[in-house]
Design a protein around this ligand. Structure first.
Ligand code: 3PG
Ligand code: CO
Length: 555
């Protein structure tokens, strides 16, 4: 068994109240008009920066520092919060799927063996996000899986595509669908009956998260499983082109569509005896559809029909729920997270965000595990997000409410760790609305102030950091950093995350004198934060954790 007892830190006291604040989508970049954090009025974060280099520094939040395949992979909330919570770098889903596909092991595993039993008489359905964003899925992995599945006996394949425009530029979905159509045409030449069957925009169809809005999943169910959608079309490229012309339509928010044959019949509803794979590796936005596909007992919406299928996830998405029970690639085993250690060592923990980011500071933080380690020691509070809106119309989101909950938890003195995620920079940044993102950044800064004021009152400590960049750069740039213009001379709005590092700041009246950032971990990343926070709670981190960012000098 694991020995949970942490050694006492030789110099730092226990029982301080530590506020752990994660600004979502808040990176550090050169100041210019597309840097919404720079443009916004952010006096609190600016003042923290004055503490550099001893109390403020940058940490890496993308690429290999968070377990992604390459340094070209932007950071994201899953890998960011996993690293923050787990204190070590785990090869993440993207990388694990790459290896399983490259070695062919994916076709030897139990998950594939299971779905394969349907290949003789049933259809193989692949549902997931269609882009090369690398955050939830990757097109090249889908391409390899299509090829491999057909070589391993799949004779009839239907793909259900969710268009992106969030982890990649808006408008790129047409090209991705064309690429996929080419691949499917090649499979047809080889005698495989392969087609796109349905689709829709990721934010409107199927990929909701943390039970924010089950209607999103219902629209996906209706299109993918029942073969029902308001738009019935013959061809997916046409569908995407046409639906993009609807008012307010974008890749992220395309309405659902179903592909029909010359008689108007859906080409690929999901029926008894079929196999289904959700090909996203990332968990949060697959959990809800996975429940609908897997659970016999289900009351979130009327499924109308619950086909008897063989279902596997690309990965297992929830380690606590063991959901789905079948999967093609084993997920990273993110064990012994800092949250679990701290609870075992008497640190009472409070975590809070609004719905759209709630699982980030709970589920992701705890290694993709839902629920409490010890309900006596922990309290997780979810503030309901506004649903059915794009957050540029409500850029302040629930930042004040989150900060007030954190303040109350701090002032109650019932918890030693109070952990929040402030979503504004990210959620509004993803809309590509620069003006709204500036408002969002100010709102997040105000919320930080509220929390720091409470920490001041109780003599506590704060750690303020971020999970990855987003709001600090809202334009696509060329290699030398200049905004890239499209063929009409327009800038291209960057809705996605970035490769930028993120700030981390420490302080507060409870911070022991002599605590400062060491200068011998220049490449420190998000995974170094867990040991840092354990120290601030008065403990040494486990020896296999990434090294702490702080030292205590005698003065
Ligand atoms: C999303 O799921 O909203 C984006 O793809 C990634 O954003 P996140 O990593 O900040 O959640
Ligand atoms: Co994001």
């Amino acid at each position: 068994g694991v020995s949970w007892k942490l050694a006492d830190h030789p110099k730092l006291p226990k029982d301080k109240i530590v506020a752990m604040v994660v600004l979502d989508g808040w990176g550090e970049a050169n100041p210019d008009q597309y840097n919404c954090i720079y443009v916004a009025d952010t006096p609190t974060m600016d003042s923290l920066k004055q503490g550099a280099p001893e109390k403020w520094r940058l940490v890496r939040a993308h690429g290999t520092a968070v377990g992604l395949p390459t340094e070209d992979d932007m950071g994201n909330s899953e890998v960011g919060h996993n690293a923050l919570g787990a204190g070590r770098i785990f090869a993440q889903g993207a990388k694990l799927v790459d290896s399983a596909l490259a070695s062919g092991k994916i076709y030897e595993g139990e998950g594939f063996e299971y779905i394969k039993e349907s290949f003789e008489t049933g259809t193989l359905h692949l549902i997931g996000l269609l882009s090369d964003g690398g955050v939830h899925s990757r097109l090249d992995q889908l391409q390899l899986l299509l090829k491999g599945a057909s070589e391993h006996g799949a004779k009839r394949i239907r793909v259900h595509v969710l268009t992106d425009g969030r982890d990649v530029l808006d408008g790129t979905s047409v090209g991705f669908v064309e690429t996929l159509e080419n691949d499917l045409a090649k499979l047809r030449e080889k005698g495989v009956d392969a087609q796109i069957a349905s689709g829709g925009g990721r934010m409107y169809v199927t990929m909701d998260r943390y039970e924010n809005d089950w209607d999103v999943v219902k629209r996906g169910w209706d299109a993918h499983v029942l073969g029902e959608a308001p738009y019935k079309v013959r061809n997916a490229v046409e569908a995407v082109k046409k639906l993009r012309q609807e008012p307010n339509a974008s890749d992220q928010y395309l309405p659902p569509f179903v592909i029909v044959d010359e008689n108007g019949k859906p080409v690929g509803p999901i029926v008894d005896g079929d196999a289904v794979v959700t090909f996203n590796f990332r968990a949060d936005r697959m959990v809800m559809i996975a429940k609908a596909l897997e659970y016999e007992d289900f009351d979130k919406f009327d499924r109308v029909r619950f086909p008897k299928i063989r279902y596997a996830g690309m990965l297992q998405y929830d380690g606590e729920l063991k959901l789905p029970s079948r999967y093609l690639v084993s997920p990273p085993e993110i064990d012994r997270t800092s949250g679990e250690y701290l609870v075992h060592n008497g640190v009472r923990t409070f975590a809070c965000s609004e719905t759209v980011k709630f699982g980030h500071v709970t589920f992701f933080w705890n290694g993709n595990r839902s629920g409490y380690f010890d309900p006596q020691m922990e309290e997780y509070v979810e503030i309901p997000s506004d649903s059915g809106i794009t957050f540029n119309v409500q850029p302040k989101m629930k930042a004040v409410e989150i900060a007030e909950k954190a303040r109350d938890a701090i002032l109650s003195r019932k918890f030693q760790q109070v952990r929040v995620n402030l979503p504004n920079g990210d959620m509004v940044g993803h809309t590509g609305d620069i003006e709204a993102t500036v408002v969002a950044c100010k709102a997040a800064d105000d919320a930080v102030k509220l929390i720091l004021d409470a920490i001041e009152q109780v003599g506590g400590i704060y750690v303020v950091t971020a999970d990855h960049g987003n709001a600090e750069d809202m334009v696509k740039r060329n290699k030398s950093g200049k905004p890239l213009l499209d063929k009409n001379g327009q800038i291209q709005i960057l809705t996605s995350h970035t490769l930028q590092p993120v700030p981390i700041a420490i302080g507060g009246p409870g911070l022991a004198p002599g605590v400062r950032f060491r200068n011998d971990v220049p490449d420190g990343g998000l995974a170094n934060v867990a040991a840092t926070v354990m120290n601030l709670h008065g403990f040494e981190a486990p020896s296999d954790y990434e090294p702490t960012l702080i030292e205590v000098v005698d003065n």
